[in-house]
Design a protein around this ligand. Structure first.
Ligand SMILES: *[C@@H]1O[C@H](CO)[C@@H](O)[C@H](O)[C@H]1NC(C)=O
Ligand SMILES: *[C@@H]1O[C@H](CO)[C@@H](O)[C@H](O)[C@H]1NC(C)=O
Ligand SMILES: *[C@@H]1O[C@H](CO)[C@@H](O)[C@H](O)[C@H]1NC(C)=O
Length: 484
């Protein structure tokens, strides 16, 4: 249909201000439904949305961060709370913003309309309309956390309903309410047509959620990471298929309905579509609240490198700019939020957790990516330096030295795990000298990590530890390596 080509043409003619050009053409053609320039977020000529997470101690100010995220071509932004500094920094930008209610607030918001009104009055109302809030997400992957099953799961939808009323009471009508769920809300996702929600949540939580989303015209927000699906099944899934560049021979045909898949993300999204359909809500819209690929990780975290991260995100942006939908929903507009703006140094877990960003905290880019998906050429990428081929060790990081109390507590923890984990740093042991906290900490962190890595142990220690490829062994003191 004409609007798509005219939109592209306008962008090309007025290349200096492609975004404005496309907005202009949208206004002219009035019906914008098929406009390719509409991008994944249905917000005019805008690129992928981006998650602005702040689990770090070294990030730039909110206003600088807003400049950085706009420089990526991001078309929307999502934050993990209702941080007033960030919402103020976004005022007047026109950027659609998604904000989040913390999981811990859900029970009280569910049980009290007054609490919901207070939450809206304190966190949201002061920023509207200067800041363009688009989505209010009630909780983050609540159904993945079994520790809050009793206290919170069944409160999610009542909290959403109370917030919905509170928004109305404030005359706020444009904000859609949702909640983000991880892929583990499904008990089956392969083949996609077999997608089904877990039995423990399907009737009590998901059915009322879908009823709410359907009735309010909102979205099912899913955090969908082909990286994790691929890294857990590397023998069965090709890397190129996960990176949106599978050959024709790697297409997957769903035996349940004959739909043809060219990439892993589509498979995951259609599993959610099938699961919703199984509960009678096959028309609820889908949004991807998080996706992405890590640019680095620990030894053994295959595929976490700059080359793959850039490839995934560039291909995703280019693909979504054309609103392809999925095989089960061709042409559907799916808002997508990339994870994430920054590498966040305080995120616990494996090394890859601290390598999702497009930017380092100093504002340098980790790699080039244009989230509008319109850039067609980039400088060459570094080779895929898979971290599992080189030996690695876990040592005390440079930031840690300042806090001896914290280091001592972390060493005590590491040494209490397993038996004899820290024998070598005891008096008489090969690594006792030099008898200094820093040296002992590196030994203890490494001994712990090498022993428990396979069982999920991480080189983190509240941000005190880092991995290195430089062997810290000295003299007769040998540090085990990841390849031992
Ligand atoms: C979903 O919402 C639409 C529009 O309001 C309505 O017609 C339909 O019956 C709803 N679906 C279900 C399963 O309730
Ligand atoms: C920013 O930090 C990264 C990672 O530490 C580093 O490689 C890069 O050189 C830094 N850039 C500047 C301009 O300091
Ligand atoms: C040092 O670490 C301890 C324990 O983690 C913490 O309570 C304390 O606030 C830290 N001190 C400084 C100066 O950061």
């Amino acid at each position: 249909m004409a609007p798509s080509s005219s939109c592209h043409a306008a962008a090309v003619l007025l290349l200096a201000v492609a975004t404005l050009a496309c907005h202009f053409s949208v206004l002219v053609v009035a019906t914008d439904v098929e406009c390719h320039c509409h991008g994944a977020n249905g917000n005019g000529c805008r690129g992928l949305g981006i998650n602005y997470g702040t689990v770090a101690d070294d990030l730039p100010s909110a206003s600088r961060s807003v400049q950085l995220l706009r420089a990526t071509g991001a078309g929307a932004v999502k934050i993990y709370d209702a941080n007033a500094d960030i919402l103020r920094a976004l005022a007047g930008t026109g950027m659609p913003v998604s904000i989040m209610v913390p999981n811990s607030a859900i029970p009280s918001l569910a049980s009290s309309r007054a609490a919901a009104e207070d939450w809206v009055a304190a966190n949201l109302a002061p920023h509207i309309p200067a800041t363009r809030v688009a989505y209010l997400l009630v909780g983050n992957e609540v159904l993945s956390n079994r520790a809050i099953a009793g206290s919170t799961w069944r409160s999610v939808v009542p909290a959403m309903a109370n917030l919905h009323r509170a928004l109305r009471a404030h005359g706020i009508r444009k904000v859609k309410i949702g909640t983000t769920l991880a892929m583990d809300a499904l008990s089956a996702s392969y083949p996609p047509s077999a997608g089904a929600f877990r039995d423990d949540i399907a009737e009590d939580v998901v059915r009322p959620l879908l009823r709410f989303l359907n009735a309010t015209g909102s979205y099912y927000f899913v955090d969908a990471y082909p990286y994790f699906a691929w890294s857990g099944n590397r023998n069965a899934i090709s890397l190129d298929y996960a990176l949106f560049q599978g050959a024709a021979s790697s297409r997957y045909v769903d035996p349940g309905n004959g739909l043809v898949y060219t990439n892993l993300l589509d498979q995951m999204l259609d599993a959610v579509v099938a699961a919703m359909g199984r509960l009678g809500y096959g028309d609820v819209k889908l949004a991807v609240s998080e996706t992405g690929w890590p640019s680095g990780g620990d030894a053994g975290e295959a595929g976490a490198n700059v080359r793959n991260a850039a490839t995934y995100n560039r291909n995703l942006a280019a693909r979504m700019s054309k609103n392809p939908g999925t095989p089960a929903r061709p042409g559907a507009k799916v808002p997508v939020f990339l994870f994430s703006l920054y590498n966040e140094d305080q995120k616990p877990g494996a090394g890859s957790e601290r390598h999702w960003g497009l930017y380092y905290p100093n504002g340098s880019r980790v790699y080039e990516v244009d989230l509008t998906g319109r850039r067609s050429s980039y400088p060459p990428l570094p080779p895929a330096d898979d971290t599992d081929s080189a030996p690695a060790w876990c040592v005390l990081g440079s930031k840690a030295a300042a806090n001896e109390t914290a280091v001592a507590a972390a060493v005590a923890y590491a040494c209490q795990q397993g038996s004899g984990t820290c024998a070598a740093i005891q008096p008489g042991g090969a690594c006792h000298e030099p008898d200094m906290m820093d040296a002992h900490a590196s030994y203890a962190f490494n001994a712990y990590w090498q022993q428990f890595r396979g069982a999920g142990g991480t080189c983190f220690f509240d941000g005190l530890a880092v991995t290195t490829t430089k062997d810290p062994s000295h003299g007769s003191c040998k540090f085990a390596s990841s390849l031992d």
